[in-house]
Each structure stands twice: as structure tokens, then as C-alpha cells.
Design a protein around this ligand. Structure first.
Ligand code: ADP
Length: 410
């Protein structure tokens, strides 16, 4: 016991050099020694704590707990870090409670057991920890807000990108159309110079010759030349119509006009015009018993489709051949077949026949632009119909068109 007596300097000497507070208690939890730091931490005068119960340094609400811990601890010899996993608090003389960290060292001297507690005031550290926690919480909050903002921005950007992509697609599409139109204009100019030249000079020749037959009895010869003129004019008219059709299809200006009309009206007109183009010995066979068929469709388009197909059949067939036009009506679908005995389409080129400007190799000797079938297909598809063909070189071709929405008065 002497070792902790007031005038024994050994403890003082050793403990005053240490910045931690040192509190030594005996088995009864009575404080037997403190160093200056401990007195200062807890706000006591020098030696004021000696003889006091340890509980004066422990907040009231922890007394009970502490007692139990102490009982189980005293008598052991290992050192221990106190309050592992939970916060420890001390109470100053003025009653203020503050956080502490304590290490416990049990020891025995002169047959008595003691515990030496090394105590640090960790108020500052706790405050800093709290500040760090607060800062972390603020930071997390900020990060959450920023992430949210970022999500928004990304969403907005995505929408913007979609809008831009749409706009770009539209621009590309109109550029493509413009390019196609320019190409069309160029083609048109070169076609005008090539395709128009021959018929125009034919017209000029026929007109000149017709002018030479001045006598009344030469009417037959005059008529032959006038027919030739009509034929060539019709041909040029067809080319111009095809070009106008492409232009309308390209610019999206094409409008369809539905009406009810007798099928025979269109067929008679198409056959009448086609007759002017017939070669020697060629004839068109077509049904004469279709007066009852009333069609609901775009009349002009049906005329354009049929005249293109019949004109091709005439153009790509030799003299003394028959062009057969057949009509069938079933399940509200009108089917028209145009069968010729002409040059046919080479098998390897059949896949390209509906491509604009495409002309098969065996057709190059005849005049043509390669746009008729392309337009026919576009119009028919726009109107829910379609076109197919079968063909064998030097045997002939059969083009088949189908058209929906047709009524029959029968
Ligand atoms: P064009 O007759 O002015 O060349 P089309 O678009 O009408 O243009 O036809 C494209 C091509 O299809 C023709 O150049 C020709 O090679 C082929 N073709 C079309 N119809 C027939 C047919 N009845 N017989 C043989 N070939 C055909």
C-alpha cells in the first residue's frame, strides 16, 4: 500500500511523465492514485480523487454496468482495452460527461490487487469523427443528388440524341430524294436527247411525206403517215408520263383518286392506243364480255399500268405474234395477265427487271428507258396490289397484276 502513499514519489515520478490520465483503483473500486493528467481530465485538484469511489468518474447511468465488468475483470492479469465496440464516457467534477478511451492493466503488489486505468479524453477525436461522419453524409447526399441530376441529364441527352438521329435520318432521306431527283433530271436530259431524237425525226419524215400526197386518191398513204405520227407522239407521251410519275413518286406528291368505272372502259382505251404501236401481223386478244365488271380503283393508274405492260409486250415481240390480255375476278381481287410470245427476259437478269433504268441485254436494240416497270410496281404496291412475271428467253413473257377492292355489279 505504501507505494501509493502521498509522499511516495515512485508513482508520481513515473506517472507524471505520461500524458494519458492514470487512475489506479483497488479491489473495492476505490481510487488509490491518479496522475496530474487524470486530475486535469476529470477536473479535480491534485490528489482530490484519492480515496473516492471510482463511480465518481463514471456517469450515473453506466454505474451498474461498470460494476459487473469490474468484478469479472479484477483478479485477471491480462491487459485489456476497455469498452471494445461501445462508447465509454467519463464524468467531470462539474458533472459534464465526455467520451473517453481507457486501457486497463490489472496488477498485484504486496498481496493486493489493483487495476491501473490509462484514460484519454477523446472529445476532440469524437468531434472530428462526428464532423467526418457529417461530411461523409453530406457528401453522400451530394453524390446522390448529382447522380440523380446525371440520370436526368443522360435521359435528356438520350432524348436529344434520338431527336437528332430522327432529324438526321429525315435530312438523309431528303438528300437522297434530292440526289435521286437530280439523277432523274440528268437521266431525263440524256434520254430526251437519245430517246426523243429518233421518234421526232420519224415524225418529221412522216409529216414531210404526208405533205407530199396532195391528191385525193392518195388518202390511204396520207393516213399511213398520220398513223406513224400518232404512234410516235403516243410513244413520246408515254415516256413523259413515266417521268412525271417518277417525279411525283419521289417527291411524295402522288395522290390517288379512287372512282368506280367499268373495267372495259380502261381496257378498250388501252387496247385502242396500243393498236397504233402494233407491228405487222401483231394482234391483241382481249376479253369482250367484261362490260359488267365495275372496278373501284384509280382509273389513271390502272390505265398507266396496263398500257405499260401492253406496250412492252408489243415492243418486245416480233411481227405476226399475239398479245393475250386475260382478266379474272375472284374474292374481290382483279387479276390481269398480259401474255406475249416475244424475246423474253434472260434468266440471269430477271431479278433486276423492276429496278429503275434497268434494261435487259436482249432489249437494248429496242428503244426504252427502263422506268416503266419500276413505276408500275411502285403504284401497284402503294395501292395494295402487286405485279409478278414469268418469262423464258425467245419464248415469251407473262406479266400478272393483282388489284384489290374491286366490286362487281353481277
Ligand atoms: P423499257 O421497256 O422502257 O426498257 P421497262 O421498265 O418497261 O422499260 O422494262 C424494263 C426492262 O424489262 C426492259 O428493258 C426489258 O428488258 C424488260 N421487259 C419488260 N417487259 C418485257 C417483255 N414483255 N418482254 C421482254 N422483256 C421485257
Amino acid at each position: 500500500m505504501k507505494v501509493f502513499e502521498k509522499d511516495n514519489n515512485v508513482f508520481k515520478l513515473l506517472s507524471e511523465a505520461i500524458s494519458e490520465g492514470i487512475i489506479v483503483v483497488n479491489e473495492k473500486q476505490v481510487i488509490v492514485a491518479t496522475n496530474g493528467s487524470a486530475d486535469q481530465i476529470f477536473g479535480y485538484e491534485q490528489d482530490e480523487l484519492v480515496g473516492k469511489d471510482l463511480n465518481v468518474l463514471i456517469p450515473q447511468k453506466h454505474h451498474h454496468n461498470h460494476g459487473e465488468h469490474f468484478e469479472s475483470f479484477i483478479g485477471h492479469t491480462e491487459k485489456r482495452h476497455m469498452g471494445k465496440g461501445r462508447d465509454l464516457f467519463g464524468v467531470r467534477k462539474d458533472g459534464t460527461v465526455f467520451p473517453v478511451e481507457a486501457g486497463l492493466n490489472p496488477f498485484a503488489i504486496y498481496g493486493n490487487s489493483y487495476v491501473m486505468a490509462l484514460v484519454i479524453d477523446i472529445t476532440l477525436r469524437k468531434q472530428q469523427e462526428q464532423q467526418i461522419q457529417d461530411l461523409n453524409a453530406q457528401l453522400e447526399q451530394k453524390i446522390e443528388e448529382r447522380t440523380e441530376e446525371l440520370h436526368h441529364t443522360i435521359q435528356e441527352l438520350k432524348e436529344e440524341v434520338t431527336l437528332r438521329m430522327d432529324a438526321e435520318a429525315k435530312i438523309k432521306e431528303s438528300l437522297r430524294k434530292e440526289r435521286d431527283l437530280n439523277e432523274l433530271k440528268t437521266k431525263f436530259l440524256s434520254l430526251v436527247s437519245h430517246e426523243f431524237k429518233t421518234p421526232l425525226s420519224g415524225i418529221l419524215t412522216s409529216a414531210t411525206l404526208a405533205g407530199k400526197y396532195t391528191k385525193t386518191e392518195q388518202q390511204e398513204k396520207r393516213e399511213k403517215h398520220l398513223d406513224m405520227i400518232k404512234n410516235k407522239v403516243k410513244y413520246l407521251d408515254n415516256i413523259l408520263n413515266d417521268f412525271l410519275s417518277i417525279e411525283r413518286l419521289e417527291t411524295g406528291k402522288v395522290t390517288y383518286k379512287f372512282s368506280r368505272f367499268p373495267l372495259s372502259k380502261v381496257i378498250n382505251e388501252v387496247v385502242y392506243n396500243a393498236n397504233m404501236l402494233l407491228k405487222d401481223g401483231q394482234r391483241i386478244s382481249y376479253p369482250k364480255d367484261i362490260d359488267d365488271h365495275v372496278v373501284e380503283f384509280d382509273e389513271k393508274i390502272l390505265e398507266l399500268v396496263l398500257s405499260n405492260l401492253i406496250n412492252n409486250a408489243i415492243k418486245y415481240s416480233g411481227e405476226n405474234t399475239t398479245i393475250d390480255l386475260q382478266v379474272q375476278y375472284q374474292d374481290k381481287i382483279l387479276t390481269v395477265k398480259i401474255i406475249d410470245q416475244g424475246i423474253g427476259i434472260p434468266e440471269k437478269e430477271q431479278n433486276f427487271i423492276f429496278k429503275r433504268y434497268f434494261r435487259a441485254e436482249n432489249a437494248l436494240l429496242d428503244q426504252g428507258t427502263g422506268i416503266g416497270l419500276n413505276i408500275v410496281k411502285s403504284h401497284l404496291e402503294n395501292l395494295g396490289g402487286n405485279i409478278t412475271f414469268t418469262s423464258e428467253e425467245n419464248q415469251g413473257s407473262t406479266f400478272v397484276i393483282t388489284i384489290p377492292t374491286i366490286t362487281n355489279t353481277n
